[in-house]
Design a protein around this ligand. Structure first.
Ligand code: UDP
Ligand code: MG
Length: 140
């Protein structure tokens, strides 16, 4: 059975373009409950660790630089079928390919500066949520 939790970040471009409110509105309108949330800024070490799976990709250095360039909002979200439904809500990695009405179609600038993160599996949702929030911070 699919899990009920996913993890998201509003990335530096989404914060800088003043779209925190718009993006959170879309998330809650889609039926996700916010279980933990904070405004924070990643250190280079944190961004490198968070995206370690992409360490060999050509865009890794640029990705780490971008993700540390300004504040982000990180959050744990809850809904039935959370991971898949959230990936549908945010749309494709490249906003040029993102379905109309998705968060990335509306607010992403480019494939790199693409407004939001969404976990790609239940396992990664758990790892990523724990990375950003000690268990004690999560609201019951
Ligand atoms: N990214 C990039 N160039 C690419 C592919 C990805 O800059 O060609 C960045 C982009 O910010 C993306 C992140 O790396 O969101 C992680 O890539 P992934 O393939 O996991 O995409 P996502 O799961 O975020 O849709
Ligand atoms: Mg991914």
């Amino acid at each position: 059975m699919a899990g009920t939790k996913t993890f998201t970040m509003i990335k530096p471009d989404g914060v800088e373009s003043n779209n925190i409110g718009n993006i959170l509105q879309m998330i809650t309108d889609a039926g996700f409950a916010i279980k933990a949330m904070k405004l924070t800024r990643l250190s280079t070490e944190q961004a490198q660790e968070f995206y370690a799976i992409h360490a060999e990709r050509p865009f890794y250095g640029e990705l780490v630089e971008y993700m540390t360039s300004g504040p982000i909002v990180s959050a744990i979200l809850e809904k039935d079928n959370a991971v898949e439904d959230f990936r549908t809500l945010i749309g494709a990695t490249n906003p040029a390919e993102a379905a109309e009405g998705t968060i990335r179609a509306k607010y992403a600038e480019s494939i790199g500066r693409n407004a939001v993160h969404g976990s790609d599996s239940d396992e990664n949702a758990e790892i990523e949520g724990n990375f950003h929030f000690p268990v004690a911070e999560v609201v019951a």
